[in-house]
Design a protein around this ligand. Structure first.
Ligand code: PRP
Length: 216
């Protein structure tokens, strides 16, 4: 799989990156220096395999990959859909499974059914707009937030939210529920279109090895 040029991977910080590194390890791609919890280094190299890895905020992964600063990215499908970058999605990694949902207090169910002009808060305005405008044909007012989205209906900023639900415990602990499901989500591998051509052999071999490993 080795070549002359470094193959660069952008990993979305946190659980996805840890899972991705576990998966890479299972096919013999390791990066020991990345495991040091105290390191302040930003980029990690596997000299033998001619690979480099860096961690970035999830929403920045598609940006690095579109511009070719990373050849390959590991990121949630939610981020891919929201960022809408020119990148190839090549593999469903099967982990990071969750759902994008419309959530709110149970009373909000009626507002959705009556297609009222409601306020929708989300970290994912593109996904939320696409759902309400193109799938439901309902006009809504979108409010972009950057985190702790569940607060919005509690303090009266919005009637409902569009957010990720994994275990459902954040909703339960805040008296909210899933009102509608937008789509299922999982972690994906994405590739820069030029890298896909220039490094075709290495990247397709990597995809095949990962695909085999994921079948186990
Ligand atoms: C995500 C999401 C929900 C929560 C869902 O937030 O936005 O708040 O996880 O998980 P659960 O169904 O298992 O409770 P995250 O922790 O990423 O932080 P954020 O609120 O800052 O977006």
């Amino acid at each position: 799989m080795e070549g002359n040029r470094y193959l660069t991977f952008a990993l979305g910080k946190g659980r996805l990156a840890r899972k991705a590194l576990e998966l890479f390890e299972s096919i013999g791609i390791t990066c020991e220096e990345m495991k040091d919890p105290d390191t302040r280094k930003l980029i990690f190299v596997n000299e033998e395999k001619k690979m480099r890895f860096f961690l970035s905020k999830g929403p920045d992964v598609p940006t690095y990959v579109e511009y070719g600063a990373a050849d390959i990215g590991i990121v949630g499908e939610d981020t891919i859909r929201e960022e809408n970058r020119k990148i190839h999605e090549v593999l469903d990694l099967g982990f990071g499974k969750c759902r994008m949902c419309v959530c709110g207090p149970s009373q909000a169910r009626e507002l959705l059914q009556r297609r009222e002009l409601i306020r929708v808060a989300s970290k994912y305005p593109r996904i939320a707009k696409d759902y309400f405008y193109n799938k439901k044909h309902q006009t809504v007012e979108m409010i972009k937030l950057n985190g702790s989205i569940e607060l919005a209906p509690i303090v009266g900023l919005a009637e409902v939210i569009v957010d990720i639900v994994e275990t459902g415990s954040t909703l339960r602990e805040n008296g909210l529920e899933v009102l509608e499901e937008v789509c299922p989500l999982s972690a994906r591998m994405v590739v820069n279109p030029v890298s896909m051509k220039m490094e075709h052999a290495r990247i397709t071999q990597l995809i095949m090895m990962l695909r085999e490993e994921l079948k186990k």
